[in-house]
Design a protein around this ligand. Structure first.
Ligand code: BG6
Length: 481
């Protein structure tokens, strides 16, 4: 048995991670309203839509297939799925609540009882199996009505609507949920505002003023949620959630090192600085000045942000990013969805995401060194094509290798002194990819018979990694063979 250091602490939170829009389906059931994921098509156009100005947030059934409408039908199959998570020994299950199940349009005054009752059933089922839910309050699931009528998070009114939503779920689920996170990958809005900030860039200058105004509203909304959580559930923990990809300089040219640092500041630290330290960092003030950004704030906003700092940092880690200021002399510059340049020392997944387990140890050390609050790796995993053999088995050794190397680096980081609460690998059951809408980009320990064109029986099958992860959890991360 491969033993790593002293291993993981007692009570380490092993589990898996998902998001409502990527697994539930039932997009019209229980009075649910339309959310952003419901209007994003599958296939190649999704990434294009996310990256190009002018998206209309409409469904065009004549042109596209919408994979999130049925997703993997967790809405009806949650009992079967949770039993499988329990069989693997999950201590926690990361999921999100679809805002549109609770407030279908987003601006109603009263919550939708059917939606609230659905999550009661899910939480009860998890507890029946001894699994604690870890709940993301908003995971790329903003009501489309708020996008169309109000312009998404650019509009201050959305803070009030979000507060109403949060109050409803906190009051309903206090006692059932101990771990919360406010906005999934909050910093992703800097790259893809549609999913995180609820508006499409219409013209170039939207990237500046409106984006940061929307962020200000999210920070206030997040801080209010943190304060309310602490008041209503003093025993609960509430975190922020960011994408973290350490930024490496392409070489030791100070120009490139400085450029990498600037990218790291704005992308990796801006949101976390506000949410963990409770104030806008100095570097962003300079950035605002240089881009003529003046935020509209209400009296008391900065105090709310100061008082609503999070208890921990949840983050996703898939890859690192390598940066060079002047990229004109490099061919095939992009190694990653995170932009940047190709790192010659790393291999990439079939989707071009560079695989860098040591980058996870670096991330843990950097985040812990900067903030000194507990960390929680709430997403990590390999999106890959899986093959079902004739005998029905799925031998995903590549996934096991990926996860093993990342878990080893977490153990190293713990030895380095990092306070790490837990690990929930992404897409513990195959689900719809957020960036491409594909089913064929699979992350799961559990295979779901569903394909990119929507065909399939939805039958669940255990992959080889299912048995491997069970062993990892049983041994508290000591047996990684
Ligand atoms: C994160 C998101 O960006 O990465 C998830 O929080 C997403 O929603 C995951 O699914 C993996 O990305 P993708 O595009 O492969 O699904």
């Amino acid at each position: 048995m491969a033993q790593i250091g002293k291993g993981f602490p007692e009570g380490f939170l092993w589990g898996g991670a998902t998001a409502a829009n990527q697994l539930e389906g039932g997009f019209h059931e229980g009075n649910k309203g339309l959310n952003i994921a419901d209007v994003l098509p599958g296939g190649k156009d999704r990434l294009k839509i996310l990256a190009t100005p002018g998206f209309d947030f409409e469904i065009h059934e004549d042109k596209y297939y919408y994979p999130n409408h049925e997703a993997i039908d967790f809405y009806h199959r949650y009992k079967e799925d949770i039993a499988l998570f329990a069989e693997m020994g999950f201590k926690v299950f990361r999921m999100s609540i679809a805002w549109t199940r609770i407030f279908p349009k987003g601006d109603e005054l009263e919550p939708n009882e059917e939606g609230l009752a659905f999550y009661d059933r899910v939480f009860d089922e998890l507890h029946k199996h001894g699994i604690e839910p870890v709940v993301t309050i908003s995971h790329y699931e903003m009501p489309v009505h708020l996008v169309k009528e109000y312009g998404g998070w650019r509009n201050r009114k959305v803070v009030t609507f979000f507060e109403r939503y949060v109050t409803a779920i906190f009051n309903r689920y206090k006692g059932k949920v101990k771990y919360w996170m406010t906005f999934n990958e909050i910093n992703s809005g800097l790259m893809m505002p549609i999913m995180g900030l609820g508006f499409a860039i219409q013209k170039e200058e939207d990237k500046y003023g409106p984006t940061f105004q929307a962020y200000h509203h999210q920070f206030v909304a997040s801080a209010k949620a943190v304060k309310l959580c602490h008041e209503l559930m003093p025993e609960a923990k509430i975190g922020c959630m960011i994408i973290y990809a350490p930024v490496y300089s392409y070489d030791c040219n100070p120009e490139n090192v400085m450029y990498a640092l600037e990218q790291e500041n704005i992308f990796n630290y801006f949101c976390a600085d506000v949410q963990v330290r409770g104030e806008y960092p100095a570097f962003i003030k300079r950035y605002f000045k240089e881009h003529n950004i003046e935020l509209e704030m209400e009296d008391g906003d900065l105090e709310i942000i100061k008082e609503g700092t999070v208890d921990y940092i949840g983050f996703s880690y898939y890859m690192s990013r390598t940066e060079k200021k002047d990229k004109s002399d490099l061919e095939g510059i992009t190694g990653n969805i995170m932009q940047g340049v190709k790192n010659p020392f790393l291999k990439a997944s079939d989707w071009g995401w560079e695989i860098d387990p040591i980058g996870l140890r670096i991330s843990l050390n950097k985040l812990y060194g900067r903030y000194g609050v507990p960390l929680f790796v709430v997403e990590n995993g390999l999106g890959a094509y899986d093959k079902v053999e004739e005998d029905g088995s799925i031998n995903d050794d590549y996934r096991i290798d990926y996860l093993r190397e990342h878990i080893k680096q977490m153990a190293e980081a713990i030895e380095d002194g990092v306070d790490l609460m837990g690990y929930t690998s992404w897409g513990c059951i195959d689900l719809v990819s957020a960036s491409t809408g594909e089913m064929s980009k699979r992350y799961g320990f559990i295979y779901v018979d569903k394909h990119d064109d929507g065909s399939g029986t939805l039958e669940r099958k255990k992959k080889k990694s299912f048995f491997w992860y069970k062993k990892v959890i049983d041994s508290n991360g000591r047996d990684l063979d």
